[in-house]
Write a protein that binds this ligand. Structure first.
Ligand SMILES: Cc1ncc(COP(=O)(O)O)c(C=O)c1O
Length: 401
């Protein structure tokens, strides 16, 4: 047992399953473990390393900012937070404003608080009347109390009741189901345009447009959790909801936003922005110049290397190839799923042996939902690296037959 493994076993809380590898270094889409083995990293720190590892632009930006001003708190302005807010406001394609935090769960907490403020305003200032939030079955919105309460999964909620009150659940893509639970007491509908943790279920454009109409009818906010699907991962557009051409009242971001530096954000449409007033929300670290400089470097790389278009173009043949791999191993695989670089294969068997077989052949992937293997390439992945993932997946399933 390595010294690092020993320290993990001795000093870290047991809330994570013991990891299979100790990683020591990364470069682009590759990582190396402590035995010197190299892997194609299509885990990307669970959809975080948008530019892969040690991208020169990102490294330079973090180095330069760390050497100048790392943290200020929101008692003071810093240039980088303003610049990043401007970039995200432009990406949203509609007038709006941004709040910065440090993680996906925190970004969703901000949206849930926005829902409460909207509900109170819509009920003429009365608290506790219009507070309900409708979410999709198998959604994942995070582990803090509000986000966990909006995550209707027994394995996430077990042991932590009582949860936040007033969460209603309907099946993704079942508009009639949402129509049954959304009422005048609903403050917001919160959905992932593509469910990541839930197993790569994709919300259809018709469903999202139907939710927009339903929310308008009941004066409820339509909120998108873009923590995993956003920041370009779906390809073509920066936010996945934009693919459906619907207008959002708010959305959350994290993961790929900072390309490996912890940062989250809640974007709020201009017409609701005044709901947040001084003192109504905050965080010490949110919007610090170091995190914002890292996120700005990701924004610059997305533009300089045309990554949104590249993900869109390269993901199509890759998804088709994943479909062929699934079809070639019908005893083990059901189908390929997903959009852009948020994709994978739904299995007929348990995921751990398949993840191990991929790892043994040099490919890192992640489990999702019920028996889905998820692949999350960096947005910078080359066509050759995508091809390599297909070849390894095919060989791994072949060996398990
Ligand atoms: C869609 C979605 N929302 C929220 C979260 C929570 O983000 P974090 O782990 O940064 O708190 C995740 C994390 O996997 C996610 O996939």
């Amino acid at each position: 047992m390595s010294a690092t493994t020993e320290r993990y076993e001795r000093f870290l809380l047991g809330n994570y399953a013991p990891p299979a590898l100790t990683l020591v270094r990364g470069e682009g889409a590759r990582v190396w473990d402590d035995t010197g083995r190299r892997y194609l990293d299509f885990c990307s720190g669970i959809a975080v390393n948008a530019l892969g590892h040690a991208h020169p632009r990102w490294v330079a930006a973090v180095r330069e900012q760390a050497a100048s001003l790392a943290h200020t708190s929101n008692l003071f302005r810093n240039e980088k937070q303003g610049l990043l807010a401007e970039r995200l406001a432009a990406r949203a394609g509609a007038p709006g404003r941004v709040f910065f935090c440090n993680s996906g769960a925190e970004a969703n907490e901000a949206l849930l608080k926005l829902a409460r403020l909207h509900g109170r305003a819509a009920a003429g200032g009365a608290e506790g009347v219009k507070t309900r939030v409708a979410v999709a079955a198998r959604a994942f919105h995070g582990r803090t109390f509000g986000a966990m309460s909006a995550t209707p999964q027994e394995k996430i909620q077990r042991g932590f009741r009582p949860l936040l009150d007033g969460v209603d659940v309907a099946e993704l893509n079942d508009l009639a189901g949402f129509e049954r639970v959304v009422t005048g007491a609903t403050a917001a509908v919160l959905v992932e345009p593509i469910q990541g943790e839930g197993g790569l279920a994709v919300a259809t454009p018709e469903f999202l447009r139907g939710l927009r109409e339903l929310c308008d009818r009941h004066n409820a906010l339509l909120l998108f959790d873009e923590v995993q699907s956003g920041a370009g991962r779906a390809g073509g557009t920066y936010f996945a909801f934009q693919r459906a051409g619907v207008a959002a009242d708010g959305c959350s971001l994290a993961k790929g936003l900072g390309g490996g530096f912890p940062i989250g954000a809640a974007w709020v449409a201009e017409k609701h922005a005044a709901l947040f007033t001084p003192g109504s929300h905050g965080t010490t670290f949110g919007g610090n110049p170091l995190a914002c400089a890292a996120a700005l470097a990701v924004q610059d790389a997305i533009d300089a290397d045309n990554l949104l278009a590249r993900v869109e173009a390269q993901s199509k043949p890759w998804l088709a190839a994943l479909g062929r791999v699934a079809a070639a191993h019908p005893a083990l695989a059901r189908e390929a799923r997903g959009v852009g670089y948020l994709a994978g294969i739904a299995l007929r068997v348990e995921t751990p042996p398949v993840l191990a077989a991929l790892r043994e052949r040099g490919l890192l992937a992640v489990a999702a939902g019920d028996n889905v293997v998820r692949l999350l390439p960096p947005l910078t992945a080359t066509a050759a690296e995508l091809d390599e993932s297909i070849e390894i997946f095919d060989r791994a399933l072949g060996a398990l037959c």
